[in-house]
Design a protein around this ligand. Sequence first.
Ligand code: FES
Ligand code: FES
Length: 156
Amino acid sequence: MNKIKIDVKVNSIDISKEVDANTLLVDFLRYDLKLTGTHVGCDTSQCGSCIVMINNKCIKSCSILLAQCNNSIITTVEGLGKEDKLHKIQESFKENHGLQCGFCTPGILFSALELAKDKDIKSDHQIRDFLDGNLCRCTGYHNIVKSIKNYLNKDN
Ligand code: FES
Ligand code: FES
């Protein structure tokens, strides 16, 4: 297997490593860096459980090679908030019971942050539409939408 050298910043930490050229980003995060908050729900780019931010944009990490992320800034759910100080979107999910098993939650948190960049998205319908690429197998969509709406209505 061809090896390549990659340089990335993950959750504010610089990482320089030689990896197999066909390494998926999600495998690198979960198995090399032990950042297991990024989940794999389908492996076929449908569920959104593996979503992370690359250069501040949502990406399904099961569908991108690490090599394609060279010199990028990557944020996983572990880098979003701190245990004693959650990110505001995490607080909103906590306050509004926006999760059940939590498997889909990391991906949905990042989708919510991406959604929040569009100031025209406000209604339940628009939020549900935006979450098209995120599946919650607990089907807790009502409180997920409520959590996101609550976050959008706060001064962020
Ligand atoms: S595991 Fe990546 S979209 Fe489902
Ligand atoms: S909270 Fe269980 S999959 Fe969404």
